[in-house]
Design a protein around this ligand. Structure first.
Ligand code: HGY
Ligand code: MN
Ligand code: MN
Ligand code: MN
Length: 428
């Protein structure tokens, strides 16, 4: 027989908070901008330094390390029965420009500390436990969110799309990967796909990136669902010209078309009738970008989400109609309306919600069920494995900016809930 839950580590096990804080601070130094901001973009030099830092910590934790073709990194603690599907946990360490040092990082360094906590407590896993550092969760470099977990989920369209994918400097995905030491060609992408029964469970520890837990004084959030994200690239083209000499009736200003579409995004989101529908325009680029030259081209990128997929799709549809009507009215060309991703929401598995709840209760940590409005690699891991997420509070809900902060007490609580959940699922 295998150990019953009685042999699970006693809740008194402890987190090495000093070491964990030092690791968070050290990882944050691998950044293209000065502290307290962090910028760490896929396959950049700083990303490569951060990757070796993580692999060093995996080695120190006694894990066997594997990397796949695109740089998803796996650290495995072999269980007593290696024929069983493993329990996985993990997150990302890439960071959007001028962001913070906890988004994703808490779920990678915290997962490694959860493994160390279990090892120090003498726990022996039945199912192997595996920590995953996903190669890139943020869309920063190639406009593709959750690139590593999307590929692991076996999304063929992405594998095909990567053939022609280039970044803002016109560097191809494959050349960028090669510069970081990942020598792959298109055929290798299929080896990134993970079979549905490869993992028995996947759990991600993450800061809430919202204010609810802090406002309600709760140390733990148990995620029931992840909202459905969509991103769209739009381009308008006009004749441009001299900002002084061309009279208004003769203009077809691509910049003002972009501005009007941005406000249309807000209008369609607010019209949805639900507080759960959100949208913004995070990128607006004007060409030629001179104060006295009428923009002849505009490039805007739209992010819209909702926990309800139909409502979110309705916003995407209305934004498309607005783009067409604005182009007509302003006599500009709608030269691009490209939906980059339009993903369904993901539901957490009941079995994992239960395991996380039991863990929080064993630790006397008050908790609540909640949805994640941010997306995560868990959104795609849910397609190949039962999924769950553990949230911890973050300061005023701040995230994706340098003021992002989570206290070591909150992080340690999250690590302990994760450790107990992993232990329980490993003996199931
Ligand atoms: O944008 C998101 O939801 C995630 O934090 N990258
Ligand atoms: Mn049994
Ligand atoms: Mn993020
Ligand atoms: Mn994240």
């Amino acid at each position: 027989t295998h150990p019953t839950s009685a042999s699970l580590p006693s809740p008194s096990f402890s987190v090495d908070t000093e070491t964990l804080q030092n690791q968070i601070d050290e990882l944050a130094t691998f950044s293209d901008v000065p502290a307290p901001a962090v910028t760490r973009v896929l396959y950049s030099d700083k990303d490569v330094l951060a990757r070796s830092y993580i692999k060093k910590l995996m080695e120190k934790a006694g894990l066997s390390i594997r990397e796949d073709a695109v740089g998803n990194i796996f650290g495995r603690w072999n269980g007593k029965d290696t024929s069983l599907a493993a329990v996985a946990t993990g997150s990302h360490i890439d960071a959007i420009p001028f962001s913070g040092k906890y988004d994703g990082v808490v779920g990678v360094l915290g997962a490694l500390e959860a493994i160390n906590v279990l090892k120090r407590s003498g726990f022996q896993p039945r199912r192997s436990l595996e920590v995953i550092m996903f190669t890139s969760e943020e869309p920063t470099r190639f406009g593709i969110s959750c690139l590593g977990s999307r590929l692991m989920a076996g999304i063929e369209e992405l594998a095909d799309a990567l053939k022609g994918t280039v970044d803002g400097q016109n560097i191809s995905f494959f050349d960028a990967a090669k510069s970081a030491g990942y020598n792959l060609n298109h055929e290798d992408l299929k080896n990134v796909f993970v079979k549905k029964d490869h993992y028995s469970a996947f759990i991600e520890l993450h800061i809430e990136q919202g204010p609810i837990l802090e406002e309600e004084g709760l140390p733990i959030g148990i995620v029931t669902a992840i909202a459905a994200p969509a991103s769209i690239k739009v381009e308008f083209e006009g004749n441009g010209g001299h900002a002084g000499a061309v009279l208004m009736p003769a203009r077809n200003d691509a910049g003002l078309a972009a501005a009007e579409l941005a406000l249309a995004v807000e209008k369609h989101v607010l019209e949805s009738g639900s507080i759960d529908t959100v949208g913004t325009v995070g990128i607006i680029e004007l060409h030629p970008g001179a104060i006295n030259s009428i923009p002849s081209k505009s490039h805007i990128e739209i992010d819209t989400r909702d926990i309800d997929e139909k409502r979110r799709n309705n916003v995407v549809e209305k934004v498309h109609q607005s783009a067409v009507s604005i182009a007509e009215k302003r006599r500009v060309r709608l030269s691009k309306f490209q939906i980059i991703n339009q993903d369904p929401p993901a539901l957490s598995a009941e079995s994992i919600i239960r395991a996380m709840t039991i863990a929080a209760e064993k630790l006397n940590l008050s908790h609540k069920l909640m949805i994640s409005r941010a997306y995560h690699d868990s959104l795609f891991m849910a397609r190949i494995s039962p999924m769950g997420m553990i949230f911890i509070p973050c300061n005023k809900g701040y995230s994706h900016k340098p003021e992002e902060y989570a206290s070591m007490e909150d992080i340690a609580n999250g690590v302990k809930v994760l450790a107990l959940t992993l232990a329980k699922l490993s003996v199931d």
